[in-house]
Design a protein around this ligand. Structure first.
Ligand code: PMP
Length: 359
């Protein structure tokens, strides 16, 4: 691979498209002929405001959101949304949280500060190996929160839940813009950028009209109120200019290929990996078959003692980031949009060879 890069299966921050990195290098000393570098230009300059607005428009186009949605790029990571969502929307009311793992659990904890939290479905007792197909919603709930892709366990929703009249809030951090989805059925979509969109330090938030209307009645402090940022066109304070530039370019890269093509590639390479893992008792894939993630593939080895050996040999062969999350162990290959096909091919060949030698 060029630039001495190796195959990067990190769960996030994660691999970015090389053409975007190369363009970034050009903009660092001089952005768009302004004579001022990307990290040095005022966020209020017309050059940057144009980039900012282009980024907002691209988000809507790629996700297929109507114009009535408002897109924000805030800081504080997806973790800050765990508290901004309930503070802006709940107002002491009731809400449902679908518990599909560590990130959902953290979101539940924050929501509990602002209202009555129900957990109508939890995968805790079954080691979070699946996502639910349905559950009974709490009557009168203001919203239902779910995590569309569970980065740690490698599970993913393959449908958008129907929550009746309640609003739907989606933590889409680890599968945003990886496949077409009816995003317009969601009222709040949020995602840390560092997997499918760009560098760490930018958080994408998209709000429906009714979510914003309810947020306007919130008593959240200035910086934590969505309305503050919406009313100042997303620039109440200095945004992460570098990160937003990268996000805009990454989404342009997705748009050039088309989201359908990107999704087809994501599906085909995760299918190939699952097929290999299902192929023998040497491997123990974690997620149940209808809940499997196309972004994060998690598995163990029947002989757990071989796991660290595999991780080390993979690294020696130029494949990094395959160690499972510290809370579950095992192995995890994250294959986000920007992972080159050559990396997926290299992983498959490496695993076949490892099994041949040790199986
Ligand atoms: N939600 C999900 C699904 C995640 O994978 C992560 C981070 N890996 C987070 C939330 C937390 O994101 P951040 O580090 O941006 O706060």
């Amino acid at each position: 691979m060029s630039h001495g890069r190796i195959h990067n299966f990190s769960a996030g921050p994660a691999v970015l498209p090389l053409p975007v990195l190369e363009e970034l290098r050009e903009t660092l000393p001089n952005l768009e002929g302004t004579g001022v570098g990307l990290m040095e230009i005022s966020h209020r300059s017309s050059t940057f405001v144009d980039i900012f607005e282009r980024a907002r428009e691209r988000v809507k186009r790629v996700l297929g959101l109507p114009d009535s949605y408002t897109v924000l790029f805030l800081q504080g990571g997806a973790s800050s949304q765990f508290l901004m969502v309930p503070w802006n929307l709940l107002h002491g009311g009731a809400c449902d949280y679908i518990d599909t793992g560590v990130w959902s659990t953290k979101a539940v904890k924050e929501a509990g500060r602002f209202g009555e939290v129900h957990v109508p479905w939890s995968g805790k007792s079954t080691e979070y190996l699946e996502t639910p197909s349905s559950w009974s919603s709490t009557p009168g709930a203001v919203y239902t929160h779910y995590t569309s892709n569970n980065t740690i366990y490698g599970t993913q929703f393959h449908h958008v839940p129907d929550v009746g009249d309640a609003m739907l809030v989606c933590d889409a951090s680890s599968d945003i813009a990886s496949r077409p989805q009816p995003y317009e059925e969601m009222d709040v979509i949020y995602a840390g950028a560092q997997k499918n969109l760009g560098p760490a330090g930018v958080t994408l938030i998209a709000l429906s009209e009714r979510a914003l209307a309810r947020a306007r009645a919130s008593d959240a402090p200035t910086m934590l109120a969505y309305a503050t940022h919406v009313d100042k066109k997303g620039m109440f304070n200095t945004p992460n200019t570098l990160g937003i530039w990268v996000l805009e370019r990454v989404l342009a890269w997705v748009e050039e290929q088309g989201l359908d093509a990107v999704a087809a590639r994501n599906k085909s390479r995760s299918d190939r990996l699952y097929e290999l893992l299902d192929g023998s008792d040497f491997w123990l894939p974690h997620a149940s078959s209808d809940s499997r993630s196309q972004m994060n593939i998690t598995w163990r080895l029947a002989d757990a003692a071989l796991e660290p050996v595999l991780i080390q040999e993979a690294l020696d062969a130029g494949l990094s980031g395959l160690k499972g999350h510290r809370s579950v162990g095992g192995l995890r290959a994250s294959m986000y949009n920007a992972l080159p096909d050559a990396s997926a091919d290299a992983l498959l060949s490496f695993l076949q060879e490892f099994e041949r030698a040790r199986g």
